[in-house]
Design a protein around this ligand. Structure first.
Ligand code: HBI
Ligand code: NLE
Ligand code: FE
Length: 452
């Protein structure tokens, strides 16, 4: 029922039904020489009334308008399960795009159709959380699934691919039914969590506690030689407060209270690996989204995805350090309303600093990255002569490809924490966002300072 009315005039007196903002956006998409003939990329958000049936009509309509579909995602609408939400990225001329939108809007298969920006074209008012309570909407998990993953596969280096025990045959927990059931049970807690709730207590099993203990003791032993001084300083405080001991996994709630006292950071439970956008957004509010399950017992030395051993042993000590907490929040603030391309760069910088960073201390290279301090296998690898070490330089680091399955072949070394923060600030201030954001600590809100 999506049918083409004869082509109508779209420019000037506009009867295309586009909002003013969308017209601005579509003009921005079309800027440049030969704009009328040039193929443009655009993204549409659709709400489909009759699920897959409507989807096939939409796809036919795109084809009819000489458009190519570059990307398609669907999910059941959250409030009405009979409806399907779809994100469709298309490539077509601007004129065809406007005709397509118009014909979609006239169709009875669609509840609505919205044009949004693609990549570097950021929409004028993108949605992002303005207050910590908005993070209840920022808990989207990575789901990309690459069934026949091998190291030669081009998808291997895809940053969006992450191991999940329910999807990935290479995951240490894939064949372990009991482990998967436990993971599901703990994930449910995170899905049900709402801003302001206390973080539910988890009764960890003996096996889980043993895994924690063996990682804890190994890190304790390697720490004096390999961890940066800020990490060691807070680690000691955590031991003195009896939060860090080998025979008990700290609860997220008590760890959250510890952080609050030192840097104002707090925790909220996450069901697993979140999208970079959602994960980074929470840092803007000094909130760290933390997993609560424990890695599989067979791989204490390294697991490809975050687990609570990684969060607690890797991240917590530095999040209780004022200067590092400040840096983490700044990455978060930079991510709010950023384009997909910028999120990609920010998360790559995050990867090579917060997760896998090395720094110099009186000329000696030490680890400060959480992914190293929670994985003694990789810690020893990083400080051996096997990997390549390069100086941290945000513009260069931000475009370095990486994978998240095996030990890293390349690490970046900062001259010092302060030098890293300095360089990051200078780099991030050149980002192209058309507005400034500021966190107001009195209200807990992010304020947007429009520059136009
Ligand atoms: N999600 N739960 C969780 N924990 C992380 O440490 C994490 C994440 N998503 C993305 C991510 N880390 C980073 O690697 C960057 O992509 C931001
Ligand atoms: N490889 C880390 C570990 O085993 O602790 C977790 C990685 C998180 C990105
Ligand atoms: Fe991490």
């Amino acid at each position: 029922d999506i049918e083409d009315k004869p082509a109508q005039k779209i420019d000037g007196e506009d009867d295309s039904g586009l909002t003013e903002e969308e017209v601005v956006l579509s003009n921005a998409i079309a800027e440049g020489p030969d704009a009328e003939k040039a193929l443009q990329r655009a993204a549409l958000i659709l709400r489909l009334r009759e699920g897959m049936n409507s989807l096939s009509r939409v796809l036919k309509s795109i084809e009819k308008h000489q458009g190519a579909v570059c990307h398609l995602e669907t999910r059941p609408n959250q409030s009405d399960n009979n409806q399907l939400d779809a994100l469709v990225k298309v490539e077509m001329t601007r004129v065809s795009l406007l005709q397509l939108i118009k014909s979609l809007r006239q169709s009875s298969s669609l509840e609505h159709c919205t044009l949004i920006g693609e990549d570097n074209i950021s929409a004028k008012n993108p949605w992002f959380p303005r207050h910590a309570s908005d993070l209840d909407n920022c808990n989207h998990l990575m789901t990309k699934y690459e069934p026949d993953l091998d190291m030669n596969h081009p998808g291997f280096a895809d940053k969006e691919y992450r191991a999940r025990p329910d999807l990935d045959m290479n995951h240490p927990g894939f064949a372990d039914k009991e482990y998967r059931a436990r993971r599901k049970e703990i994930a449910e807690i995170a899905f049900a969590y709402k801003y302001g709730d206390p973080i539910p207590y988890i009764q960890y099993t003996e096996t889980e506690t043993k895994t924690w203990g063996s990682v804890f003791n190994t890190v304790l032993e390697l720490m004096p030689k390999h961890a940066c001084s800020e990490y060691c300083r807070v680690f000691k405080m955590l031991q003195e407060e009896d939060i860090f001991t080998p025979d008990r996994i700290p609860q997220l709630e008590e760890m959250s209270n510890f952080l609050k006292r030192h840097t104002g950071f707090s925790l909220r439970p996450a069901a697993g690996l979140l999208t970079a956008r959602d994960f980074l957004a929470s840092l803007a509010f000094r909130i760290f989204q933390s997993t609560q399950y424990v890695r599989h017992k067979n791989t204490p030395y390294h697991t490809p995805e975050p687990d609570c051993i990684h969060e607690l042993l890797g991240h917590m000590p530095l999040l209780a350090d004022p200067s590092f907490a400040q840096f983490s929040q700044e990455i978060g603030l930079a991510s709010l309303g950023a384009s997909d391309a910028e999120i990609e760069k920010l998360s790559t910088v995050y990867w090579f600093t917060v997760e896998f960073g090395l720094c110099k201390e009186s000329g000696v290279v030490k680890a400060y990255g959480a992914g190293l301090l929670s994985a003694y296998g990789e810690l020893l690898h990083a400080l051996s002569d096997k990997p390549e070490l390069r100086p941290f330089e945000p513009a260069v680091t931000a475009v370095q490809p990486y994978q998240d399955q095996e030990y890293q072949p390349i690490y970046f070394v900062a001259e010092s924490f302060d030098d890293m923060k300095d360089k990051f600030r200078r780099w991030v201030s050149a980002m192209s966002r058309p507005f400034e954001v500021r966190f107001n600590p009195h209200t807990g809100r992010v304020e947007v300072l429009d520059s136009v």
